[in-house]
Design a protein. Structure first.
Length: 85
């Protein structure tokens, strides 16, 4: 299974929604809190090809995007395949 990483802020509703979706599917993930670690924000923007909003979600080396992108993968049935790749 691919590793999952989320760049988040604790006050972000979409971040919490993404974590709930992953928790519901019993998918382990790592969070990187850019509020607590502001030096990681530049890393996130670089990895996300300039996107600066949170969450930014990565499955392995693949940049998924934000919560809407993650949810679209889930709804289309493509999330499990990406996780297994």
């Amino acid at each position: 299974m691919q590793t999952v990483a989320l760049y988040i802020k604790p006050t972000c509703g979409f971040c919490h929604a993404a974590m709930r979706l992953l928790d519901h599917k019993n998918i382990a993930y790592t969070t990187i809190n850019i509020s607590a670690q502001p030096e990681r924000r530049a890393e996130m923007i670089d990895r996300a090809n300039g996107r600066s909003t949170v969450p930014q979600i990565f499955i392995g080396a693949t940049h998924v995007g934000g919560f809407d992108d993650l949810n679209a993968l889930h709804q289309s049935g493509k999330l499990d395949a990406l996780l297994a790749a």
